[in-house]
Design a protein around this ligand. Structure first.
Ligand code: ZN
Length: 294
């Protein structure tokens, strides 16, 4: 894929590039180049050459920019031969950065600044590989963080804030609809609530959807019924959990049919693929009038 929208990385972002150059990280190949002032040569991050001191280095997101600045291509790593990263590697890189980042910096602008790639390219790459928008992916990541914080015993307002929701009452009710229960009930492991679940095969995997009368409260992907039931009991240790063979099962079946077949994408981390797929299934399970907030 041609990435036409390369923009030069800002000084604040070059720490990542420098670490990638020190580690000769393949993931960053074609994403940036570094020029060495003392030699007048520019290289790919994976170049085997010895690394100069940091203050000798300048970073470029395209080879033309390095050459305009007076650098010549390295004969060992041949920077002019490398193609820009395709959508899979771009998404891998973005997902990795967002795993490491604080919630507040998971924005399209921040991510694009860090890797020197334009927002349209990142958006297209997410759609093509994970079939979700960047914003949907961030929303799923935020919900996952929020749940983990509540599960770990954080108080609700702290968890909202730390997960990146802010802490207004509107957000409280939004998260309520995402959790199928109040955040406080979720924090108490579903104490006093009835949670139904339905299991269904989906490709080579099993999906478990869990719901309270207020809505879907969890979705799990796994390889065996035992694994999924254990995950469910762990998430709602204090709820009355029982298998549903009625409407939830029908909704799950209809939702999975509407999604069609989904294949694993080679080269992308399972965690990112599972997060995106869970989001897509959750979306398919929502009543048509509702939407999954990003
Ligand atoms: Zn080189």
């Amino acid at each position: 894929m041609a990435t036409q929208e390369h923009i030069p990385p800002g000084e604040a972002e070059t720490r990542l590039q420098w670490n990638a150059a020190l580690e000769r990280d393949l993931l960053w190949d074609g994403v940036f180049f570094f020029g060495v002032r003392s030699t007048g040569i520019y290289c790919r991050p994976l170049c085997p050459s010895r690394r100069p001191r940091r203050n000798q280095v300048r970073f470029f997101s395209v080879t033309n920019a390095a050459e305009d600045a007076g650098f010549r291509p390295c004969l060992r790593c041949k920077p002019t031969d490398v193609a820009p990263p395709g959508p899979v590697r771009l998404v891998h890189l973005v997902c990795m950065l967002m795993e490491q980042d604080t919630e507040a910096s998971r924005t399209l602008t921040t991510v694009c600044d860090r890797i020197g790639v334009g927002p349209r390219t990142v958006q297209r790459a997410f759609q093509r590989t994970l079939d979700v928008t960047f914003q949907e992916y961030v929303g799923a990541l935020r919900l996952q963080s929020f749940k983990a914080l509540l599960h770990g015993g954080s108080i609700v307002t702290d968890a909202l804030y730390q997960a990146g929701y802010g802490s207004s009452s509107q957000l409280y009710s939004d998260t309520h609809s995402l959790l199928g229960m109040t955040p406080s009930d979720y924090r108490r492991g579903g104490q006093g609530l009835s949670v139904d679940y339905a299991l269904m095969e989906y490709g080579e995997r099993l999906v478990a959807a869990a719901a309270t009368p207020q809505g879907v409260c969890a979705l799990f992907l796994g390889s065996s019924a035992l694994e999924l039931k254990n995950a469910l009991r762990q998430e709602f240790p204090n709820a009355r959990v029982s298998e549903d063979s009625g409407t939830l099962l029908e909704r799950l079946q209809a939702g999975l049919i509407s999604l069609g077949a989904t294949n694993q994408v080679p080269g992308l981390p399972d965690s990112a693929q599972n997060l995106a797929l869970r989001h897509r299934i959750l979306k398919a399970l929502q009543p048509s009038s509702a939407s999954v907030p990003a």
